[in-house]
Design a protein around this ligand. Structure first.
Ligand code: 5RP
Length: 262
């Protein structure tokens, strides 16, 4: 692995092998998602606690100050919406030249294993990998899941391993029972998405279980930015990912931070 690739990965995944990625890319297919209507007002106060920010180029340009040094993972797939007929039949939306111009640390692309569109998304994914590798940019594969597919260990380990075999340097998937199997059979770091907003306690427990099972961290969105207190929630997630906190200890961090205590 060359220096540039190593350097970029080390900006995303910290020295302890872990990362708290803040995912705020939802607008690329969901429009003004709850909590991100004015993305800067929600996200900018969270930047000191995020190891990495995952978003689109439009959000980056319009909402994030360029002086900020949080490493960026740029969403480079898209092309369909939640109201269209082919959700997640995604193609390449950003060139590698643009990614370099935006000084990103990584790019993210959704693959759709098992759907009618799997071949299109997998072949576009490998095109992105070829381009990104040429410039030492790691590609994070998002193992997107269609409504008709089960988010179980059989499916997610298949999709995660395929992503790594096709060139992903990091894989993002969903937490599920027997998550160890996904981590054990995937040769690159695995991070979990948060999924739909649930209670803070449940989201922290899921993050904890994923870390216990060997995940490198989270790439979490709604369970942070739709929390009653997003800053308190990201601090609590950090406690689990980087400080070995239990779910109860992390919830204590959430409550304390919510009261303005350190
Ligand atoms: C969509 C994504 C989102 O970034 C991802 O789902 C993370 O956000 P959340 O924690 O809200 O699920 O990659 O394909």
């Amino acid at each position: 692995m060359d220096w540039g690739m190593k350097n970029r990965i080390s900006r995303i995944i910290k020295k302890d092998g872990r990362t708290v990625m803040l995912a705020v890319d939802h607008g690329y297919f969901m429009g003004p998602t709850t909590g991100l209507e004015k993305l800067d007002e929600t996200v900018n106060p969270l930047l000191p606690y995020a190891d990495t920010l995952m978003l689109t180029r439009g959000a980056l340009r319009n909402y994030i100050p360029p002086e900020n040094d949080v490493p960026i993972v740029l969403r480079v797939s898209g092309g369909t919406s939640i109201i269209g007929k082919e959700l997640l039949h995604e193609g390449i939306t950003v060139s590698m030249e643009e990614a370099i111009r935006l000084n990103v640390s990584g790019v993210a692309f959704s693959i759709m294993v098992g759907s009618d569109f799997e071949r299109d998304t997998l072949l576009d994914f490998t095109k992105v990998v070829d381009e990104a590798e040429r410039y030492g940019i790691p590609v994070l594969a998002v193992t997107a899941v269609g409504k008709e597919m089960a988010k179980d260990v059989r499916y997610l380990s298949l999709a995660s391993r395929m992503a790594a075999e096709l060139g992903a340097r990091i894989v993002k998937t969903y937490y599920c029972e027997d998550f160890e199997k996904i981590v054990d059979t995937c040769p690159v770091p695995v991070v979990i998405a948060g999924g739909k907003k649930t209670s803070e306690k449940d989201a922290l427990k899921m993050a904890y279980d994923a870390i216990q099972a060997g995940a490198a961290g989270v790439d979490m969105g709604r369970n942070i930015f739709q929390s009653s207190n997003p800053a308190a929630m990201i601090k609590a997630v950090r406690a689990i990912v980087h400080k070995k906190a239990t779910p109860d200890e992390a919830y204590g961090v959430f409550e304390k931070a919510g009261k303005g205590e350190r």
